[in-house]
Ligand binder design. Sequence first.
Ligand code: SF4
Length: 352
Amino acid sequence: MTVPFEQLPEKIREIAAELGFQAVGITLPETGVHGEYLQKWLAEGLHGEMAYMADHGDKRYTPTSLIPGTLRVISARMDYLTAPDSPAEVLNDREKAYIARYTLGRDYHKLIRKRLVQLAKAIDELVQGHDYRAFTDSAPVLERALAQRAGLGWIGKNTMMINRQAGSFFFLGEIFTTAPLPIDTPYEKDHCGRCSACLDLCPTNAFVGPHKLDARRCISYLTIELKGAIPEELRPLMGNRVFGCDDCQLVCPWNRFSKPSGEQDFQPRHSLDNSQLASLFLWSEEEFLARTEGSAIRRTGYEGWLRNLAVGLGNAPSTIPVIEALKARQDHPSALVREHVAWALAQHRGRS
Ligand code: SF4
């Protein structure tokens, strides 16, 4: 098939839409000022225990160091919210577990990577002989910086990529290609304006300032990345958020424009969108492994799962199911779990 050079981006967008992507942009393999921001952020130690963020030298912010020969980066967006959903209702019910919306269904990595490879193969029919690599949160790549430069939106004060028509509840993926495709115009506007709702609302005050997150205070980091004990002073602030946190997105006015995804894989599994903390806490390890098979929640491990839920239960109302669930785990073999359970029970004793 012969498509005129200047019409290639439109053709690629057409194919991408058929593959379930809501937007696609093309940019040069450069991240501009974002590389400097990353280095400064790392130098300040704001990444906490995420050593992998600093592990790859300049590869994370120089796409041509990661994949030599890359001429263009194709950035693709896939929305993930499902309908009907009532995140605020779950968040406000302290006996329920709030789990970040991106992780309620099947792990997105495989699905998005597969679609990106399909897209790259289709591009190969248009521009023969190009080499490509497809990534979605699977390699050291500054995804949001590349997406901004590919015209998909701006990076909000909450550090999320935001699109005026779609909000921020979406995944990003990239194809690094040697095809010299026409590039899109970077998205230079910033529509946050004078709003600071995300910075003001963050439960743990994790934002040092606009566009700057102290990961060590971020609930996503505390519940997913951190391996040891959660700092005690942060536990009461975490409420019922047991795997990730969406507060800085839920409060963002641009998320009025989020649209539900039709992807079956993103549909919540095992009622994880609306479950009681106590019932999740009573899952055996076998149940945890069975019910999180193919889910990103596996990443925290069973011990981390119980640790997080114990904190949620410590912040829950002192009802019989809450207290009984905690007591059932008082003698858990893991010292980490026992310590968080003891903390949670002390919260309830303190209140009574
Ligand atoms: S809540 Fe306001 S400041 Fe924060 S990202 Fe959204 S628009 Fe920007």
